[in-house]
Design a protein around this ligand. Structure first.
Ligand SMILES: *Cc1c(COP(=O)(O)O)cnc(C)c1O
Length: 564
């Protein structure tokens, strides 16, 4: 445990996230938020940053997806075994929940990067013999259960995580709240500033030093709509959190009617940012008067580049994984070498698809991929809006489609979308080879982003805060075809790095714009001008890979937020 001692001594920044995607076998993530946290941790390790990452152990995972004969998603618990990957630490702490002492134990996961640096990730666990049966389940189901369950999880993460760090001897200067779930970590900090009793303050908030807490907290918001924020009724908060902190203080900082985690984080963080330029603008409109910076997300280049493509990078720039900015020169890679490496990635994906679905897609036809969380604003069905039109396009210029994605077990709309996609796939039988890959996770995502030719995204603007899968695709030379929202507003150079889909938000016209682009621009290029296609692949890799990476993102967090 030498590495932990060193980490305790040197660590200055703590990153808190409800989910962190470390590896496919560890089910501590559900989707983009967790993948971003995982890529942040990997870059922190590569850059040897003095950081610790804190999350929940989520023993039962998020959901394992099965697709039944009627195309419906069947959601299973997705348990995993922390002891196979992490070490239980003896330092336990107690948090008060519903008046009971709930013990929290950290598991230590040593995240080691290619260069040999190691970063500690702490996975918080309440499944301990010391706890009441119901409390042992608090850290089981990621985003599972009811409001009370979620609040308990957020207490364990924020308050428990803070205590665990202290018990281990960490001295943290800055806390990074990755999304509002972690906002309760501000409360122990705030309590630490309480002026001695007896000092008379005319306003109760003046008993605390809010500005001292703000100096120590950095908040990244990921949600562009008010409805997406975690909110808890104060009656529930009082029942679960007890008298941990006065209700009027919470009402002052987190909302008069409900405890709104985004408001709490905003009011107690001295640096707040959105995850893309457009998202920061949207957030400023939601919260007039707050200063909202933007640090556009990035992906971890080594993790998301297919082995065959990585070998090309390696030949040209031996330091690419540490200095992804050198990928700016990836446009110098030879056409044949790149096309052949892409062919290897596509071959691997087609083999995976065949294994999962029994369907054999063709390597010589363009493959359009769409994989993301299945939820209404992402509009997974948009490409199937006009089946006649789609068939007509494919009859003249053939292509194939692969889809994947999980719906939250309680998201009826998302579940319905999956069923509808299955029906559309059936209806295309004989004209457009199309498949749904079950069990979207880190490994499936990696195969998809590398093996597709075109990466499709059709969200309803401005609801896609960032969207990182398109960055992963670009890194592998897959070309984005996407509505201009989130990061793509910054990444898209029309017909150079990919293509935009003009959107006015109405389904029929957005679908029409997608069909027009496919028919008139994307498919003719693939079928008719392979040289220009490969040129675009290189433009995507060099322009997007060199800047939309998590090394650049973490360097910016350090210089603009943590050291501020
Ligand atoms: C990258 C990734 C995401 C996020 O991608 P979006 O473009 O935001 O949908 C979600 N889930 C997995 C498994 C990923 O790898």
């Amino acid at each position: 445990m030498d590495f932990l001692d060193r980490a305790v001594q040197r660590t200055r920044f703590a990153y808190f996230s409800m989910e962190i995607a470390l590896r496919a076998e560890m089910h501590t993530y559900s989707g983009g938020l967790g993948v971003l946290a995982g890529d942040s941790a990997r870059s922190a390790a590569d850059l040897d940053l003095p950081m610790v990452f804190v999350t929940l152990v989520s023993r039962q995972g998020y959901a394992r997806q099965e697709i039944d004969n009627s195309h419906a998603q069947v959601s299973h618990a997705d348990p995993w075994s922390p002891q196979d990957f992490a070490t239980a630490l003896p330092q336990m702490v107690a948090v008060s929940i519903e008046g009971r002492a709930v013990w929290v134990r950290p598991w230590l996961y040593a995240l080691e990067c290619q260069l040999g640096h190691v970063i500690p990730v702490l996975l918080l666990d309440t499944d301990l013999a010391e706890n009441a049966v119901e409390d042992r389940r608090i850290t089981d189901a990621l985003y599972g259960g009811d409001q009370a369950y979620r609040l308990k999880q957020e207490i364990v993460l924020g308050v428990g995580g803070q205590s665990v760090l202290r018990a281990l001897g960490f001295r943290i200067e800055k806390y990074h709240l990755n999304e509002g779930h972690a906002a309760l970590l501000t409360l122990p900090l705030l309590k630490g500033t309480r002026r001695p009793d007896g000092v008379h303050a005319s306003d109760p908030i003046d008993s605390y030093d809010v500005s001292a807490v703000r100096k120590r907290c950095v908040f990244t918001t990921h949600t562009p709509v008010e409805a997406g924020f975690d909110k808890f009724d104060y009656d529930l908060v009082e029942r679960v959190l007890g008298d941990y902190i006065e209700r009027d203080i919470l009402a002052h900082l987190a909302g008069a009617d409900q405890l709104n985690m985004t408001h709490l984080a905003l009011n107690l963080s001295g640096y707040v940012n959105g995850v893309a330029r457009r998202h920061a603008e949207t957030t400023r409109k939601l919260f007039p008067g707050y200063t909202i910076a933007s640090i556009t997300n990035g992906v971890h280049v080594h993790r998301w580049t297919h082995g065959a493509i990585a070998r090309l990078f390696e030949q040209q720039f031996s330091n690419w994984a540490h200095e992804p900015e050198v990928l700016a020169f990836a446009d110098q890679i030879g056409d044949n070498a790149l096309w052949s490496a892409h062919g290897d990635a596509k071959h691997d994906l087609l083999a995976r698809i065949a294994q999962a679905t029994g369907r054999q897609l063709r390597p010589d036809l363009p493959l359009i991929g769409y994989a993301r969380r299945m939820t209404a604003y992402k509009r997974p069905e948009l490409i199937f809006s006009d089946m006649e039109r789609l068939r007509e396009i494919a009859n003249a210029q053939p292509f194939q489609i692969v889809l994947a994605g999980l719906a939250h077990p309680n998201d009826g709309g998302g579940q319905e979308a999956i069923r509808a996609l299955g029906a559309h796939i059936d209806a295309l039988e004989g004209t457009i080879p199309a498949v749904f890959m079950p069990g979207y996770n880190l490994d499936v995502a990696a195969a998809l982003v590398a093996g597709c030719d075109v990466w499709l995204n059709t969200p309803l603007p401005p609801l896609e805060a960032s969207g990182t899968s398109g960055m992963k695709a670009a890194l592998n030379g897959a070309l984005n075809l996407s509505v201009l929202d989130g990061w793509w507003i910054e990444g898209c150079v029309e017909s150079v790095t990919g293509w935009s889909i003009p959107s006015n938000g109405a389904e029929a016209s957005d679908a029409g714009a997608l069909y027009d682009k496919l028919r008139a621009v994307v498919l003719p290029l693939y079928h008719g001008d392979r040289g220009r296609w490969i040129w675009m692949m290189k433009q995507a890799i060099s322009k997007i890979g060199s800047s939309f990476n998590s090394h650049r993102m973490m360097r910016r967090y350090v210089t603009e937020a943590y050291l501020r």
